[in-house]
Design a protein around this ligand. Structure first.
Ligand code: 13P
Ligand code: SF4
Length: 356
């Protein structure tokens, strides 16, 4: 989605400050808006000078989110945008696997991430050798890998998916005649996808032997979890419903199947934002990373967001405006991937983009 403020002509410092105040008053303290507006002004000027594009994930903190990205979105939207940009430099305000995906789609461009250590517990939860071991245990079973993985894991996979199209990608494979699909690395996303498609979920077994699978369709998962989304509980939902009986509970599919089962709607971060914008509810309880709640509140001042918890992704939190400015000034930190790895990791991403 093109971003409102940064998509315009380069604004003066006063105009930047005014627009940021309009959007963020009541969400970000005024003194902070003043400091962030100066940073935004410098970043946007430098961005134009260097023919750079800034992509911002929906979990960026509100001041950054609303001032410097040319495009904001979920992993799928940002992959699509990065595949089409004609900028020379892509600055990815998101975590490492997202910047890597942009590099895989743009091997000849400079792709920068403002903080080198912006990881992800899901991406850290599996390695390429794990995928190879699964392929030995389940020969001929196609591998669908969540985009929240590093390039070496993608390179071992047949298809990628995001939180917005996991079921569509698995369904595509079922329609091609496959009965079984390996779905990595998020156990909860795999379980939620299996229940959305009405098929069985199986835990992986790696005992060195080839596994026999049932005749029915099924999804074989892995054991990684998002350290943020696993914190939401059914009790959170029940407590909120007691206090706000008409609340719409909307959850990211990295939440547990029990949490998803008690929610009114599940979707990618973009789909959750669209839900708040398009569906009238008395209140909304958002079960995902908390900065996104601030960003939705800033865009939708008329909507009543129930603020029940504040689980911030520690990795997304590393991406600051100061570091985004430093990234453009010093052309740092550049994502570098081996060209053969890029070639192998690109196939599953292209397949995903072509079917969703
Ligand atoms: P989305 O693709 O839904 O934005 O999710 C990315 C993510 O990391 C969620 O925790
Ligand atoms: Fe990874 Fe979870 Fe953070 Fe998303 S919220 S980047 S899945 S740790």
């Amino acid at each position: 989605m093109p971003n409102s403020l940064a998509g315009q002509e380069i604004l003066s410092l006063d105009e930047t400050l005014q627009l940021m105040r309009e959007k963020l008053s009541g969400i970000v303290p005024d003194v902070e808006i003043g400091i962030k507006a100066e940073l935004a002004f410098k970043i946007n000027r430098l961005k134009a000078e260097k023919n750079a594009v800034i992509l911002g994930h929906n979990y960026m903190e509100p001041a950054l989110f609303h001032s410097v990205p040319d495009y904001v979105g979920d992993s799928l939207e940002l992959s699509r945008v990065s595949a089409e940009t004609d900028a020379d430099i892509i600055v990815f305000c998101g975590v490492q696997f997202m910047a890597e995906t942009a590099k895989i789609l743009n091997p000849d461009k400079t792709v920068l991430i403002p903080a080198e250590k912006a990881g992800c517990s899901l991406a850290a939860g599996i390695c390429a050798e794990d995928v190879r071991a699964l392929k030995r245990a389940y020969p001929d079973v196609p591998v669908v890998t969540y985009i929240n993985t590093y390039a070496d894991v993608k390179a071992e996979s047949d298809y990628c998916c995001t939180s917005g199209n996991g079921a569509a990608v698995v369904q595509h494979l079922f329609e091609l005649g496959h009965q079984h699909v390996i779905f990595l690395p998020d156990e909860f996303l795999a379980r939620n996808t299996a229940s959305e498609l009405g098929v069985e979920y199986l835990d992986p077994i790696l005992d060195g032997s080839t596994q026999t699978l049932p005749n029915e369709k099924c999804i074989i998962g892995w054991n990684a979890r998002c350290e943020v989304h696993e914190l939401f509980t059914v009790k959170d939902i029940r407590d909120a419903r007691k206090q706000f009986p008409e609340v719409a509970v909307i959850a990211h599919p990295e939440c547990s199947p029990e949490v998803v089962g008690e929610s009114d709607f599940t979707g990618s971060t973009k789909q959750l934002i669209d839900y708040v914008q398009n569906v009238d509810a008395k209140q909304y309880l958002l079960l995902t990373e908390c900065s996104m709640g601030d960003n939705i509140a800033a865009e939708n001042p008329d909507k009543d967001m129930v603020r029940l918890c504040s689980f911030r992704c520690p990795y997304m939190n590393l991406i600051t405006m100061e570091d985004t400015l430093a990234a453009l000034e010093g052309i740092q930190y550049e994502v570098e991937l081996d060209s053969e790895l890029i070639r192998r990791a690109r196939t599953p991403i292209d397949r995903m983009l072509s079917i969703s």
